[in-house]
Design a protein around this ligand. Sequence first.
Ligand code: AMP
Ligand code: GLY
Length: 429
Amino acid sequence: MDLKVLLTGSGGREHALAWKLAASKRVQQIFVAPGNAGTASEDKISNLDVDVMDFAAQIEFARREKIDLVIIGPEAPLVAGVVDQFEQAGIACFGPGKAAAQLEGSKTFTKNFLKKYQIPTARYGSFEDVDLAIEFTKNMSLPMVIKADGLAAGKGVVIVHSLDEAEFIIRDMLSGHAFGEAGARVVIEEFLEGEEASFIVIADGEHYLPFASSQDHKAAFDGDMGPNTGGMGAYSPAPVVTDEISRKIMEEIITPTLSGMRDLGHPYTGFLYAGLMIDADGNPKVIEFNCRFGDPETQPIMMRLKSDLAELCLAALDGNLAATKIEFTDEVALTVVVAAGGYPGDYAEGDVITGLDQTAPGKIFHAGTTLDRGEVRSRGGRVLGVTGTGKTVALARAAAYDLIEGISFSKMQYRTDIGYRALVREDAL
Ligand code: AMP
Ligand code: GLY
């Protein structure tokens, strides 16, 4: 009971990480900046009213409180170089530095990187010039995918079905500045067929340990219809990632990525999230990298993690993962995101949420919530990550939806089919 931890962020990912850190025998206290009503209500955890991008205030707090370990939740501070700043201040901070975080911060960096190190990904071109970009589309088959280069909160990706549509989107991104700085460059790529999965590892610059596989649902509505969101639900394990595919992902993607980053002089320490497309022959290709844990994937994965998360982060900072083990329960964990009505478009905030004190079997993680004079209110698009566990997908899913039955706030919205692909595979057994 000696470690004091500072974790930055305020989403479901951060509630799940903080909750898991609190379970560590070595952790005395966790501060979450700024946190949510969920982190405010857990033993050993308190919120700190500091913005995720206010690095100076975080460093000052860490010095004053003698924080032993800082963990960064979201991508924006990592891409902006928060880890380098903590390092300069002599404070242990877990996450990739600015140069390594380019794996999420710039799609052009990543596509060039993947090509250089022969890591499987969709064929692509990267352009700042409108005419060159439009010319390139003429040699691509349809549908094709057009992406803003920089961070666009999961919204800078458009799948187009005609050349006219491609031209419209390219003009909108490059000259219309639809995504500001993030859209000053576009990546145009081949559309990949298959099933998506998330494969997340913890890396120490050289070695890594894989977390259990997971899969999320990015579309807003049932049947994967509607606009893309940050993620409406997730579960672990993802049955599409068999042991053999898992080995392939490590050999063909994760290992060469970490050795490539070392070769470039940017060794990667932190959580590394590979968003993959797995084709009908079981071959994985990289869709994207994220330089942080997934949200909502964190919630089901932390439910299943048996190992001590604080020890894992410290071992990674010490370059010691080769001598460390990671273990998971055999259970399935499944998270259904409960969002505010209207998300990912406009939505209301400030609605009182009831039914949050239910316990078994699972865990209600908070995301966009705030504590207001003893009442929990909504503050954000994704409000809760309601997580069920069970021996099968069907049981974990029933547990999650049972918990949701007891929860209520004005215009709450959620998908009723989270885990349907895994259920189909389970039923086929
Ligand atoms: P990204 O921000 O690059 O992860 O893209 C967001 C989503 O768009 C992904 O999760 C996929 O569902 C879809 N997507 C992106 N790139 C491709 C691609 N090349 N082929 C098929 N789907 C894609
Ligand atoms: N669930 C997708 C992500 O975290 O990027």
